[in-house]
Design a protein. Structure first.
Length: 355
């Protein structure tokens, strides 16, 4: 029988959240039932709940930064046990057969992975995310959260953490490399901490110096304000890798000029408009423009273990269910240090409508 659980639901694009109930599937032999403790708010939640990335599925329950405790496991589960601290990120299934899945790159599943919310299972049923109190997922898509990371601060690692860890690892950030991070927000503050822990020299490129002290405290070696046109000119041929975490348009050519020979500018933020650049900005020093999109299950677990080993966690502001609609507006204004996390224990209400 389906399992009903309280949730925060948005019924139509841009509407305020309402308390409701959703049905989770019964626990199958390979499934894990998780009591959700915390759910992070990612900017992509806002884009999808407001239908800014194209047609979405409503009613919607967002949330792909999920941390909680295992309540029940199916008969064939071997990776998790009742009482374990676990998390779920941006997807809850993949085809498991294509070359990318077999290589541990399920985020690039050729069939298309099953998004944690605003998606459909392969049987056609809608997926609902972490702004709820329970979730059921296949054990192979559930991550172990190390004891050294508090559950609330761990939740954003399931998206913001792996989104920045993956390109830093792929482009070999480490001792002797110079890494620049564009933006000091939910993604940027994670990129700074992780790149620093990897041993790279880290520079933040932010529009202003408003967050300079915080950036340096998190591990940045240098911090520059890019609102001054002369700043990037003074940084020519300086970096091996730039991680662009912002969703706003940037002057791609100016940033490319700050890369050394064979340097790469990697987009993890998602601007709505096409970005433009001159090919000469690449050919002059064999530079590259690339993009990166979260990580596979194996790499996500590696990231969680790395963060625990290096005492890295997201800087968060914990909020209640009543604060979520307002928190969306604050994220858009950049008014958060640095990630909102919902205490999902505040979601249940005495009487809730079903959806």
């Amino acid at each position: 029988m389906p399992i009903s659980t309280p949730a925060l639901v948005v019924l139509t694009p841009g509407q305020a959240f309402e308390r409701g109930t959703i049905d989770r599937r019964d626990v199958g032999p390979n499934d894990v039932l998780i009591d959700i403790a915390y759910a992070g708010i990612c900017h992509s939640d806002i884009h999808q709940a407001r239908e800014e990335w194209g047609r979405a599925i409503f009613p919607m329950v967002p949330g792909h930064e999920i941390a909680g405790i295992v309540r029940e496991v199916g008969a064939k589960v071997t990776k998790h046990a009742v009482g374990d601290r676990v998390g779920i990120g941006c997807f809850v299934d993949s085809c498991r057969e294509c070359e990318n899945c077999l290589a541990g790159e399920e985020q690039f599943c050729l069939k298309g992975n099953v998004a944690t919310y605003n998606g459909r299972q392969y049987d056609g049923s809608e997926t609902y995310g972490g702004y709820s109190t329970l979730i059921v997922a296949d054990e192979n898509y559930v991550l172990r959260i190390p004891d050294g990371i508090p559950l609330d601060a761990a939740a954003p690692l399931l998206c913001a953490g792996i989104t920045t860890y993956s390109p830093l690892r792929h482009w070999n950030a480490g001792p002797g490399t110079r890494v620049a991070v564009i933006g000091m927000g939910g993604l940027g503050h994670m990129a700074v901490q992780i790149a620093h822990a990897m041993g790279a020299h880290v520079t933040v490129l932010s529009r202003t110096l408003a967050k300079q002290d915080e950036g340096l405290a998190l591990g940045a070696d240098e911090y520059f304000a890019t609102a001054d046109p002369s700043t990037l000119k003074s940084l020519r041929n300086r970096f091996d890798l730039i991680i662009n975490t912002v969703s706003a348009d940037i002057d791609v050519d100016r940033y490319l000029s700050t890369l050394r020979l064979d340097g790469a500018l990697v987009f993890v933020g998602l601007p709505e408009k096409p970005q433009r650049f001159r090919v000469f900005s690449l050919t002059g020093a064999r530079r590259s423009i690339a993009g990166s999109n979260i990580g596979g299950i194996r790499e996500t677990q590696e990231m969680l273990d790395f963060c625990a080993d290096h005492r890295i966690a997201s800087v968060i502001e914990t909020i209640t269910a009543d604060d979520v609609t307002g928190a969306y507006d604050r994220v858009v204004r950049g008014d958060v240090r640095y990630r909102f996390v919902i205490d999902t224990g505040t979601i249940p209400a005495a009487t809730v409508p079903a959806v």
